[in-house]
Ligand binder design. Structure first.
Ligand code: S3P
Length: 177
């Protein structure tokens, strides 16, 4: 078995906030790969990036993702880059989890106070960096997901309800079958 629902999408799309709300609503546990990395390593994500480099962070992230995919019955939210390698993509597809892409526009993400804080990949020019990552990553998020939740101008509660509804229609049926 594996997590029931996996949230993917870019930095600032609200994966952790929405994931926690959704897990509460459905009575599942909530897990988050970034928090698992911080717990396991005892260090902040930005410190790992700055002191050890991105490759080191990605290796840790791969190990954490493997562990997280073994945990039953959770809502799991992934760091924005965690699904960018082919091994992760195969593992996610094989997990049988209902994969949801949280889609947000640059206009909305950049209006979020502090969306670049603690995110080393957005240092310098956060808006341009975010857009450039999205140009590369959006097709992967789309290709991996079973459901796309547009988050612009919606409340956390509404997005969570929408995903729970989609999960009931498509995801939970697949789990029972
Ligand atoms: C990253 C996203 C971050 C974090 C790290 C790298 C990325 O997670 O894993 O800074 O490559 O997009 P969030 O998407 O939760 O901000």
């Amino acid at each position: 078995m594996a997590p029931h629902i996996i949230l993917i999408g870019p930095m600032g799309s609200g994966k952790s906030t929405i994931g926690a709300q959704l897990a509460g609503e459905l009575g599942f546990t909530f897990r988050d790969t970034d928090s698992m990395i911080v717990e396991q390593s005892g260090r902040e994500i930005s410190d790992i990036f700055i002191e050890d480099g991105e490759d080191s962070f990605r290796s840790l992230e791969k190990i954490i993702l493997r562990t997280a995919l073994l945990e039953d019955g959770s809502v799991l939210s992934l760091g924005g880059g965690a699904c960018m390698n082919v091994d992760a993509q195969s593992a996610l597809r094989a997990s049988g989890a209902f994969i949801v892409y949280l889609k947000i526009s640059l206009a909305q993400v950049s209006s979020r106070v502090g969306f670049n804080q603690g995110r080393p990949l957005l240092m310098g020019n956060p808006r341009a960096q975010w857009q450039s990552l999205m140009n590369e990553r959006a097709p992967i998020y789309e290709g991996l997901s079973h459901y796309i939740a547009e988050v612009d101008n919606k409340s956390v509660a509404d997005i969570s309800d929408e995903i729970a509804f989609a999960f009931d229609l498509r995801g939970r049926g697949a789990l029972d079958g």
